[in-house]
Design a protein around this ligand. Structure first.
Ligand code: ATP
Ligand code: MG
Length: 734
């Protein structure tokens, strides 16, 4: 029994109650850092040890593959046994597992391929073109999100009622055609994985009975971000009989834009029988300054279920706010501070930089590189999404499935082999008319000689190449297959001949793919068992690549600063956190400003961001930022104003970042002679002498802006020139 009680060590009474509750439906509803994920892991261990549940009878659903891996590792450590076969994964990976095992019942080809959203978009674009549909009235991204949206709601084309609405009817028709193309090519998108596996279970009673009997307990982390389809899937799989433990936080629901439904939390309480609700109120992650500030922020939201969160932890340091002169200055501040933190003894991996939009990473990356600080982008710059990798994967997919049109289109002329867009167009038309795949159309066109001359020669050479690659790799190990394909397809040579570092990086990436394949078969990847050989291994590898594209890690062991979007930071924690770009229009995102619901979601995202920090939090913003190729003036985010001042501390501009006059953002604006920082501040003018509590006395050289954006450049004796924000700088006129 010793082992069993050890599972409850270091748990507070509410956590203990949740972990050791008798089997039955349970909802753990609690704020950030209160130990929800920890409770979930310990509950699995408890169910196995105290309730005698077999590891095979557990199904645990997490939000990312990384979280799934972590859960498995933590469980193994708790229980001291290997748990390779426990079903722990994301909704997508579990759905994929079901479809892979029961492909026939799911009416899928054995080697069906997962397509990511890029492939999906390309497919949609092609459909629009093929059917001569105006892509201004039907922008490809909109069509794509319509299709995904339908799938998330569990709707097939015939189930969408267009109410005689011509526009909607056209969308539905596109959805139908898209679906046909996927069916023909054996392609499955992310939404399809779930919908298909739901239909598989629903329409195959024997299978459903099997899985309902198999799973003794189902557990779900981050329940607030489940969508309608996932909820239906859970309902079906458990038959509302198998007990479920779900944990979540309504204040952290950040995927509404992707169909997530916070209401699922309430629905769960109401629909699943005899649900016990446990609330956890103690936060173990953050200092009280960070936690109280986050609590104050989220109180600005109206739609809340209401929770309390407190900590016994120390107040800690205030949250530092840095107002950068521009985005470069912001990045420089962040990287300088990181270097200081590392000198103080923090590991780099304990430091995270979070941002709202992916595009913000570039400037940060460049600064990190320049200063020689190793970093890693988590969930962003994805190895498997790089051009050369996608090309290599397309060849590999063709080996398994010639009818994969998306892949064929991708590489038919890469490297260039004289197959022009016109030829491809001809093949496409033929494929559409005869309702066959491009590969089939290509063969038909060679057979009846409708392709002639150079075009025919090149197309034939391509077809022969694919067949030859397939033959020559039969019986080889996975990494040998990949090695062979990237060499003989000419891909690697193609990039070798490219000039400069880019080509070199692409060659290295291709080589890295071979390394990844070797690691995959040796079993250090997320799902080690039964990789098999040849085509089976290749198929598993390709699926893995598609599934992991979202959160693949290049090197888990190097000590790197972590960069990621706020969305991908969910569930994680770091001793030191920077949130960059806390500006109106950027965060909250400009798309959310019009709609109160979306704005609340942005605020929840901010709450998620703040609560990732354990000990020290920095919020930074820039006054001038290059966005979409244009320089724009930015205002500090309303979220900054919503944080009580008592928890904040303005970082003073330091000597090293005083700027030469030429980089000032005053170009094209009239030169101000006075500056008004608002009612509570004195009116200042150029040439005036002022005193600053830290920098001493100086003269105002320059001024710009007014109100809270008013800034002055002051030349301090012995300290050099500095730009100061009036609202913070506490300048006294002399
Ligand atoms: P989030 O909402 O961000 O997902 P969470 O509620 O899942 O957070 P966890 O990640 O499980 O919270 O826990 C937060 C931190 O607090 C972790 O470092 C965890 O180990 C620690 N923790 C949780 N409960 C306790 C406890 N009783 N004693 C000590 N540390 C704890
Ligand atoms: Mg968690």
């Amino acid at each position: 029994m010793d082992d069993v009680t050890a599972i409850l060590d270091h748990m507070n009474p509410a956590q203990r109650e949740a972990v050791s509750a008798p089997q039955g439906n349970m909802l753990v509803l609690a704020g950030a850092g209160s130990g929800k994920t920890r409770v979930l892991v310990h509950r699995i261990a408890w169910l196995m040890q105290a309730e005698g549940l077999s590891p095979y009878a557990v199904l645990a659903v997490t939000f990312t593959n990384k979280a799934a891996r972590e859960m498995r590792t933590r469980l193994e450590a708790l229980l001291g046994i290997s748990l390779r076969h426990v079903w722990v994964g994301t909704f997508h990976s579990i759905a994929h597992r079901l479809l892979r095992t029961h492909w026939q019942d799911a009416r899928l080809p054995q080697h069906f391929q997962i397509i990511d959203s890029d492939d999906q978009l390309r497919l949609v674009k092609r459909l629009l073109k093929d059917h001569r549909i105006d892509d201004e009235r039907f922008p490809p991204r909109q069509v794509q999100s319509f299709i995904s949206g339908c799938k998330e709601e569990g709707l097939r084309p015939h189930q969408v009622d267009a109410h005689g609405d011509a526009y909607l009817a056209q969308m539905v028709e596109l959805y139908e055609r898209y679906q046909l193309t996927c069916e023909r090519g054996g392609l499955v998108d992310f939404g399809e994985l779930l919908l298909r596996s739901l239909e598989l279970l629903r329409d195959t009673p024997a299978l459903l009975a099997h899985y309902q009997a198999r799973f003794g307990h189902v557990l779900v982390d981050e329940f607030q971000d489940t969508n309608t389809l996932q909820y239906a899937w859970l309902k079906l799989l458990t038959g509302m009989q198998t007990p479920m433990t779900v944990v979540g936080d309504d204040d952290q629901s950040i995927y509404g834009w992707r169909g997530a439904r916070i209401e699922n939390i309430r629905r769960f309480e109401q629909e699943f029988p005899a649900t016990k609700t446990v609330r956890l109120e103690q936060n173990y992650r953050s200092t009280s300054a960070i936690l109280d500030a986050a609590n104050a922020l989220i109180r600005h939201n109206a739609e809340r279920m209401g929770k309390e969160l407190w900590t016994e932890g120390a107040r800690g340091e205030p949250i530092s706010v840095y107002s950068g002169f521009n985005d470069l200055d912001e990045a420089r501040f962040i990287v300088d501070t990181i270097r200081e933190k590392v000198e103080e003894g923090f590991n780099r991996r304990e430091i995270a930089i979070l941002y709202r939009s992916n595009a913000q990473s570039r400037v940060l990356e460049e600064t990190l590189i320049r200063q020689g600080v190793p970093y890693r982008i988590y969930g962003g710059q994805r190895f498997y999404e790089r051009l050369e990798i996608k090309n290599a994967l397309a060849y590999l997919r063709l080996l398994l499935n010639r009818d994969d049109d998306a892949s064929l289109e991708r590489v038919i002329n890469v490297p260039a082999r004289g197959i022009g867009t016109r030829t491809v167009e001809v093949l496409r038309n033929r494929a559409r008319h005869s309702e066959v795949s491009l590969w089939q159309a290509l063969h038909d066109s060679l057979l009846d000689a409708s392709l002639k001359g150079r075009a025919a020669t090149s197309v034939r050479a391509f077809a022969e190449l694919i067949e030859r690659l397939d033959n020559d790799t039969a019986g080889l190990a996975l990494h040998e297959i990949i090695d062979h394909v990237i060499e003989r397809s000419g891909l690697i040579e193609h990039h070798r001949s490219e000039k400069g570092e880019k080509g070199q990086a692409r060659v290295e990436n291709l080589e890295e793919l071979v390394t990844a394949a070797r690691a995959f078969t040796q079993g250090d990847a997320f799902e080690p068992p039964e990789v098999g050989e040849g085509a089976v291994a290749l198929e598993a590898f390709l699926s893995e690549a598609a599934l992991n594209a979202g959160d693949h890690e290049a090197d888990e062991f190097e000590d790197c600063v972590q960069l990621m979007t706020l969305h991908s930071a969910k569930g994680l924690e770091f001793p030191v956190v920077f949130i960059a770009g806390v500006e109106e229009g950027l965060f909250p995102h400009r798309m959310s400003l019009e709609e109160p619901g979306r704005l609340e979601e942005e605020r929840r995202l901010c709450y998620v961001g703040l609560t990732r920090a354990m000990r020290k939090l920095y919020l930074t913003h820039a006054e001038l930022r290059r966005l979409h190729g244009k320089e724009t003036f930015q205002r500090a985010s309303r979220f900054l104003r919503e944080l009580p001042e008592e928890y904040l501390e303005e970082v003073r501009l330091r000597g090293q970042i005083s700027r030469p006059v030429t980089t000032r953002p005053t170009v094209g604006r009239s030169r101000q002679t006075t500056v008004d920082g608002g009612d509570e501040l004195p009116l200042l003018s150029l040439g005036q002498r002022v005193s600053h509590p830290v920098f001493g006395e100086g003269v105002i050289l320059n001024a710009e802006g007014e109100g809270e954006r008013a800034r002055v450049q002051v030349s301090f004796e012995g300290e050099g020139d500095k730009w100061l924000v009036l609202g913070f700088a506490k300048l006294t006129p002399l």
